[in-house]
Every structure is written in structure tokens, then in C-alpha cells.
Design a protein around this ligand. Structure first.
Ligand SMILES: NC(=O)c1ccc[n+]([C@@H]2O[C@H](COP(=O)([O-])OP(=O)(O)OC[C@H]3O[C@@H](n4cnc5c(N)ncnc54)[C@H](OP(=O)(O)O)[C@@H]3O)[C@@H](O)[C@H]2O)c1
Length: 282
């Protein structure tokens, strides 16, 4: 069998499932993998990795949830004959210094960038889809998003753009080797402005409330988060406050030959799909 399969890790997630659909549409041979995907892949079970890596040419890699397994995985990928790796990391990962935020992404970057494979790293800003597919969705459904986000703008990126970028890199061998792309939306907006736009498009009264780091960490722990995980997420807001990751870049336009999607486009699409509607029972 030829080694022409693309392995998509995190395949049920926000980026992975969009990338897999794009690759399939182009006729690529795709293997989707995660703990609940058709190919079972669990970062905490190295015994599940080799089946996923069989006959694979390129891997789309979402970092393991904790630092550690990435080096062993990359070594296994090399041994299995994989030629290319595209890693999803985070905006400005080399500026985070001694922050405890994103240690798992930085460990994965070390593993990928230190490998002999043809690698590319994507470092996107905060995803717009966090407001309807992830952490900020439930608070918005309840009417209020309370965060320690402050006045520093964030250039939210549409996950559709992240998927377009990853698909381009995965389908253009040789062109993106050894490149790190810092991917952002076209302009920064505050979380308060983001909630205002969602409120207008969804026709619901939604508010943003500023809270302290400690209040936010306590709220996360109240929702069942571990103390360490809560603290690590608060550290992301500390990085944002330091304006280390707030600037926009041209990398997405360089990669795709077009401007990134706006936050407004995302909001209209998600509102039309009913993302923030309260549905009546029965
Ligand atoms: N959200 C943002 O704003 C943002 C911005 C920049 C970077 N990032 C980075 O993006 C990554 C997340 O990517 P995403 O948003 O596309 O995914 P996601 O929506 O967070 O979903 C996580 C994916 O990983 C899989 N997964 C979770 N635990 C796993 C395990 N132990 N073994 C194997 N697979 C596992 C899940 O599938 P199963 O449950 O089926 O295993 C799912 O497919 C993180 O590294 C995050 O730091 C996020």
C-alpha cells in the first residue's frame, strides 16, 4: 500500500473535523483519529498510535492535552515513514516565557521542530468559535460572559480560516517546510465588543462583565475545573493583557492569497444557525 494517507488528529474537534472535510472534498485519502473517532487514537495510550500512523504521508497534529507524549509520537511517526507534520500551536508561543499557559503546545512545538520531518507550525489567535462551540458558549446561553479580559483587543480568528490554512499546508508539499505561521483575524476587538456583536446579531440581551483573575479562576473551579487548569487558563488572559499576542499579522493572507474572515461574518453565520438561541421545550 502506498503512503498517501493524511492522518488528522483531534478529528472530532473544531479544527480537525473541518480539515478532514476539506481534504476529502479534494479527493485526499484521510484517516480521522481521536478517542471517539473511527480510528481510535488516545494520547494516553501509546499502544493506539501505530495503527493510526500506518501508511501515512502527512499528519495534522493537535497537541496532546498535557506536555509529554509529543516527542515519542514524533519519533514513532518518523519510524512509520511519515514525511510531513503540521502542528496546531498558539499565537506567539515563543513569547510566552515563564507563563504556565500552553506548556503542552510548546512541548509539541519542541518535538515537531526538532524532528527530521518536513514540519510546519500554525499559531492561531483565539478562535471566534470559542463563543459557540467551546468555553464561552454556555455563559452566553445563560446571558452573561464574565472574564478577566480587559481592554486589550484580541484578533479572533475564524476556525474556517485555520482549516483553510492547514489544508493548504497539507496539500502543498515542500512549500511550507520549516515555516511558522502566526494566524490572526483581520482586526482586534475586545471581548466586550465581541459580546455586543453577538448580542446584536442574535437579538438577545447578552452582557460582558469584567472580573478579576481570582474570581475567574474560582468560577472555573466551581464548574469542576482542576485548580491548575483554571490557573493556566487565567495565564492566557495575563498574556493578552501584556499585549504580546494582540497584533494582527499578514500570515494568513500570505498563505491563502486573501484576507481573513471578519468576526462579524462569523457572528452572522453562527447567529443564523441558531448558536445563541434559547430553544423552547417540546
Ligand atoms: N480554542 C482556541 O481559541 C485555540 C487557539 C489557538 C490554539 N488552540 C489549540 O487548539 C487545540 C485544540 O484544537 P481544536 O480546537 O481543533 O480541538 P477541540 O475542539 O478542543 O477538540 C479536541 C480534540 O482532541 C481530541 N482529544 C482530546 N483528548 C484526547 C486524547 N487524550 N487523545 C486523543 N485525542 C484527544 C478530541 O476528540 P475525542 O474526545 O474524540 O478524543 C477532539 O477531537 C489545543 O491545543 C488548543 O490549545 C486553541
Amino acid at each position: 500500500m502506498s503512503n498517501d494517507t493524511t492522518l488528522v488528529l483531534g478529528a472530532t474537534g473544531k479544527t480537525g473535523r473541518r480539515i478532514a472535510a476539506r481534504l476529502r472534498l479534494r479527493g485526499a485519502q484521510v484517516r480521522t483519529a481521536s478517542r471517539s473517532s473511527s480510528t481510535r487514537f488516545d494520547w494516553s495510550d501509546p499502544g493506539s498510535w501505530d495503527v493510526a500512523l500506518k501508511d501515512v504521508d502527512a499528519v495534522y497534529m493537535v497537541a496532546p492535552p498535557v506536555p509529554g507524549p509529543a516527542h515519542e509520537f514524533v519519533a514513532r511517526a518518523e519510524a512509520a515513514g511519515v514525511r510531513r507534520l503540521v502542528l496546531l500551536s498558539g499565537r506567539g508561543a515563543d513569547t510566552w516565557g515563564d507563563s504556565t499557559f500552553g506548556l503542552e503546545m510548546r512541548a509539541a512545538e519542541d518535538a515537531v521542530r526538532g524532528s527530521a520531518l518536513e514540519w510546519t507550525v500554525l499559531r492561531p489567535s483565539n478562535f471566534a468559535q470559542n463563543f459557540d462551540e467551546d468555553l464561552f458558549h454556555a455563559p452566553l446561553l445563560a446571558g452573561e460572559l464574565a472574564l478577566p479580559a480587559g481592554p486589550v483587543p484580541e484578533p479572533f480568528i475564524d476556525v474556517e480560516d485555520v482549516a483553510d490554512a492547514a489544508t493548504a499546508v497539507l496539500t502543498e508539499p515542500g512549500r511550507h517546510a520549516g515555516r511558522i505561521y502566526e494566524l490572526t483575524g483581520p482586526r482586534g476587538i475586545t471581548f466586550g465588543e465581541a459580546v455586543e456583536l453577538i448580542s446584536r446579531a442574535s437579538g438577545r440581551e447578552l452582557t460582558y462583565r469584567q472580573v478579576s483573575h481570582d474570581e475567574y479562576a474560582a468560577a472555573l473551579v466551581g464548574q469542576g475545573w482542576g485548580e491548575d487548569d483554571a490557573h493556566h487558563l487565567v495565564e492566557m488572559f495575563v498574556l493578552m493583557e501584556r499585549e504580546l499576542i494582540s497584533a494582527t499579522t499578514d500570515d494568513l493572507a500570505t498563505l491563502l492569497g486573501r484576507a481573513p474572515r471578519t468576526f462579524e461574518e462569523y457572528v452572522v453565520r453562527a447567529a443564523a444557525a441558531g448558536a445563541w438561541e434559547i430553544r423552547s421545550e417540546g
